[in-house]
Design a binder for this molecule. Sequence first.
Ligand SMILES: *Cc1c(COP(=O)(O)O)cnc(C)c1O
Length: 468
Amino acid sequence: MKLIFEKSMPGHRSDLLPALDVPAFDLPASMKRAEKPALPELSETEVSRHYTELVKQVHGVNCGFYPLGSCTMKYNPRIDEETAALEGFTHVHPLADARDTAGCRKVLETAKELLCEITGMDDMTFEPAAGAHGEFTGVLLIKQYHKSRGDEARRKIIVPDSAHGTNPATAAMCGFDVVNIASGPDGLVDLDALKAALGPDVAGLMLTNPNTVGLFDSNILEITRLVHEAGGLCYYDGANLNAVMGVVRPGDMGFDCVHLNLHKTFATPHGGGGPGAGAVGCKAFLADFLPCSVTMDGPGRLQVRSFAGNFLVVVKALTYILTLGREGIPEAAENAVLNANYLMEKIKGTFEPAFDRICMHEFVLTLDKYKKETGVSALDVAKSLIDYGMHPPTMYFPLIVHEALMLEPTETESKATLDEAAEIFRKLYKQGFEDPETMKTAPHHAAIGRPDEVRAARNPVLRWKKEE
Ligand SMILES: *Cc1c(COP(=O)(O)O)cnc(C)c1O
């Protein structure tokens, strides 16, 4: 497909600028560019066709099944987009007078109240723009807390080996030493390893429950008790709250501080690099350390982003929570868990789950044995799924599982879709033994076959340059 610059034809145009209705102002020559910018010239029809062609080349939740584990690619109701598009929300200026922003404040306050109830926290900020940004903010709260008590010997943050990669990265960014503890063979935190790591130099623990292999750690109360007893605090990575929202609360599990990805669980589409919100909640004793722009005009303490964060993402989250209500929130969580278990059971017998027990909202397959038998890897299976109109699952994550494929079907998929997906997995399983070559060269019907992913990451070509 050609780039929009390559499609450009001199003289074609689609701009419709209104007539100037203010006095013309001539910029001084020093501020003007010497040459015209090299912008593509196309008619409105050509622009529209270009973007429609691009749309056809990507896969989204509106195109088909998208079981990308740890990403919660669920269908987001249109009503959430509609409220976020209301003029009173889109046209508000962050520096507007407090009198004129009462409605927006009410949105922030109500969303805070409801999300605090869902997480079991006492206070919250919406400043952080993403999950990792929320983690950074949350771990800074822990740092500030220890500092305020003169307890500066606490240099370490404990992170289990199954953690999302952002957890150790966050701890390091906040200036802590990262202590990795190994999971037990059951995929859960090894209590002895935790006890051995705890001490007066530990600032806290970062954990997600259910963890990244989709298992709920039933020792959670003991884990948080041990950390508190050693003087540390407990941070909950709530990026994926899909499995537990309205059912179990991080606050009740003993966590002191949590971030949520509103752009996974609460109605803003995840992926595609759009705006997100890593809402950070905490218990009352940490509230003084929170960034306080939530009321839009408070005196700044810690500040991690301008103004109230990505406000429209909060509007969507609030709409989502209010439309689902007290019954709908836990029902969505229960269906997410049901769908994951249903799909896992249907696939079992071919590709094998890494941990053969009831999972939460996602599960991990291991293709270690299958690869040894057929030569077909997790990557080959993922690529083959593309030819069936399905988005591949997350691959090679978490790192503790060999040849991992991680599936998160989400609550918004029907039984028919899950049956169809399981059938495709069964078919591919068989194909690996009969015709591995076709799988090793898949996909065969996509716009791009197998890009050189290492080169794409090391030498990304992100900018078009006009040929001289
Ligand atoms: C997605 C995710 C994150 C990071 O969220 P971003 O918004 O991508 O920064 C952190 N932890 C877990 C468990 C996640 O799934």
